[in-house]
Design a protein around this ligand. Sequence first.
Ligand SMILES: *[C@@H]1O[C@H](CO)[C@@H](O)[C@H](O)[C@H]1NC(C)=O
Ligand SMILES: *[C@@H]1O[C@H](CO)[C@@H](O)[C@H](O)[C@H]1NC(C)=O
Ligand SMILES: *[C@@H]1O[C@H](CO)[C@@H](O)[C@H](O)[C@H]1NC(C)=O
Ligand SMILES: *[C@@H]1O[C@H](CO)[C@@H](O)[C@H](O)[C@H]1NC(C)=O
Ligand SMILES: *[C@@H]1O[C@H](CO)[C@@H](O)[C@H](O)[C@H]1NC(C)=O
Ligand SMILES: *[C@@H]1O[C@H](CO)[C@@H](O)[C@H](O)[C@H]1NC(C)=O
Ligand SMILES: *[C@@H]1O[C@H](CO)[C@@H](O)[C@H](O)[C@H]1NC(C)=O
Ligand SMILES: *[C@@H]1O[C@H](CO)[C@@H](O)[C@H](O)[C@H]1NC(C)=O
Ligand SMILES: *[C@@H]1O[C@H](CO)[C@@H](O)[C@H](O)[C@H]1NC(C)=O
Ligand SMILES: *[C@@H]1O[C@H](CO)[C@@H](O)[C@H](O)[C@H]1NC(C)=O
Ligand SMILES: *[C@@H]1O[C@H](CO)[C@@H](O)[C@H](O)[C@H]1NC(C)=O
Length: 444
Amino acid sequence: MLFPFTLVAALLAATLSAQEFPIAKPGCQDRCGNVTIPFPFGLTDDCCYDAEFLITCNHTFSPPKPFLSDSNIDFTEITLEGKLHLEQYIAKDCYDASGPTDSNTPSLTLSNFSISDADNIFVSIGCDTVASLYGNLEAAGSDGSEYEVGCTSLCNRLEYVPNDTCSGIGCCQTSLAKGVNYFYLTVTSQKNHSGILDFSPCSYAFIIEEKKFNFSRSDLWELQKIDSLPMVVDWSIGNNSCAEVKANTSACQGNSTCHDPHNGNGYLCRCLDGYRGNPYLSDGCLDIDECTDATVNHNCTHICTNTVGNYTCSCPKGYHGDGRKNSEGCNRRRSLVIQIAVGIGGCMVNQDNMRQVEEVANIARKCIKIRGEERPSMKEVAMELEGLRTSVKYPWTNDESNVEETEYLLGKSMEIVGFEKMAGTSAGYQSLQNYLMQSLGGGR
Ligand SMILES: *[C@@H]1O[C@H](CO)[C@@H](O)[C@H](O)[C@H]1NC(C)=O
Ligand SMILES: *[C@@H]1O[C@H](CO)[C@@H](O)[C@H](O)[C@H]1NC(C)=O
Ligand SMILES: *[C@@H]1O[C@H](CO)[C@@H](O)[C@H](O)[C@H]1NC(C)=O
Ligand SMILES: *[C@@H]1O[C@H](CO)[C@@H](O)[C@H](O)[C@H]1NC(C)=O
Ligand SMILES: *[C@@H]1O[C@H](CO)[C@@H](O)[C@H](O)[C@H]1NC(C)=O
Ligand SMILES: *[C@@H]1O[C@H](CO)[C@@H](O)[C@H](O)[C@H]1NC(C)=O
Ligand SMILES: *[C@@H]1O[C@H](CO)[C@@H](O)[C@H](O)[C@H]1NC(C)=O
Ligand SMILES: *[C@@H]1O[C@H](CO)[C@@H](O)[C@H](O)[C@H]1NC(C)=O
Ligand SMILES: *[C@@H]1O[C@H](CO)[C@@H](O)[C@H](O)[C@H]1NC(C)=O
Ligand SMILES: *[C@@H]1O[C@H](CO)[C@@H](O)[C@H](O)[C@H]1NC(C)=O
Ligand SMILES: *[C@@H]1O[C@H](CO)[C@@H](O)[C@H](O)[C@H]1NC(C)=O
């Protein structure tokens, strides 16, 4: 009788999806092929913040591919946290019995952004491998300061290569400095891989997103088939820090704050807590409706009310507490009906309290028969009924302990379907009332 409402609530909840927030400037394209292009990036001069953020969408690819300005650097994702994800070529140096077969030394020039030192590592793989990374650091003086790091990995038998640790045997990794915006990779061998060609015919070197890298022994062979691997670039706006642009109203927009990037110059913007969207657009950060947004876990046990920038919790009629999880929650006020039910259900009525119970039961019957304004709401009756069912089923428990989940579901479903309205149909009320009277062992 009661539980169809829980079902309705579940169906309603499933159709509530995350709110939509603006990504690009009004009237601007926000996609190139599969890639979302959020402002400050844009596909035309009018749609991007400045020339640094101009994206060229090349439609000769299927799906079309986005490139940074007029460079040959394409990417797979831009995040508003200041990251650009791309696939970067790996350096290779391969051999067979007759000598070198294949090699390449890829490079990358990012005039405006930096390779993320927090997200990437430099790796070499091979059993006869000397790899180097040459680059420059943008933060340095007018001539730029040169940056050079290396990794060597050696092994003469496959069995010596640990399967899952990159520790110098078949695999070597190092971290990167901040501010690298240009690099090229070289990789060479000392002995042309002689004696190890059957399991390590090549040397490889690459910069890779650390969390996407797991060394496995089979990489020594399998990387021959791979051309590029994922890498992360840090982007930021301009060359000036938050303090330097503070006076400038065109910096971070309403409902957002400015913060200095961890790597590189310039500044980044971030929506305030309780807001979401694109902090680089005017009116870009909008209030999150924590109560209905499927991606946010509000911490209300019963009733959630959205406010601008936050939300509040409360309890339904007949409950008290702050309505928050891991806090007071909402606790039922013990009612007459439940007290009787606990007594009767537990067969704990004895000579001393028999008389008391009878009296209370009479009062309860009267209450239940009251019509009109005084009539208890459908929700109240439902909650009392549920408490009663629980007590009858488990007379040895007190009524606070086992009903919490049911209370939660009841409270929630009632809120969502506007239960009070449905209670206007007297049929539902009548059947509940009948059930209640039956359970109490009384008739009318
Ligand atoms: C890109 O879009 C195409 C359809 O245009 C789709 O088939 C493909 O799976 C998508 N790739 C990714 C990585 O999302
Ligand atoms: C860097 O920004 C300038 C404009 O400031 C632009 O001309 C250039 O193409 C950008 N370089 C890259 C690799 O995006
Ligand atoms: C698109 O890519 C193709 C293939 O790389 C290239 O030939 C062409 O010039 C590019 N078009 C534009 C508009 O950049
Ligand atoms: C090494 O790891 C691969 C998976 O990455 C697994 O297939 C293989 O059995 C492992 N070998 C040993 C010796 O643990
Ligand atoms: C490696 O191969 C190159 C080119 O074939 C050759 O000149 C060189 O002597 C070889 N080195 C060793 C250590 O075998
Ligand atoms: C790497 O290995 C760890 C532990 O074995 C695993 O949890 C993780 O998912 C792996 N990551 C990738 C990218 O394969
Ligand atoms: C940042 O500074 C560098 C050199 O100091 C300059 O080449 C570049 O154009 C500047 N970028 C912007 C967006 O002002
Ligand atoms: C403020 O921002 C605008 C737009 O980017 C720029 O033209 C101007 O130079 C900036 N002013 C200062 C004081 O940074
Ligand atoms: C939201 O309200 C809660 C409770 O009043 C408070 O603890 C929290 O700091 C608020 N969050 C924000 C972003 O104001
Ligand atoms: C801040 O957020 C509120 C609530 O979503 C919104 O009405 C307002 O337009 C926002 N203000 C700005 C300047 O973006
Ligand atoms: C809910 O509570 C958890 C743990 O106390 C907290 O991490 C989370 O931010 C809270 N969620 C919201 C939307 O306030």
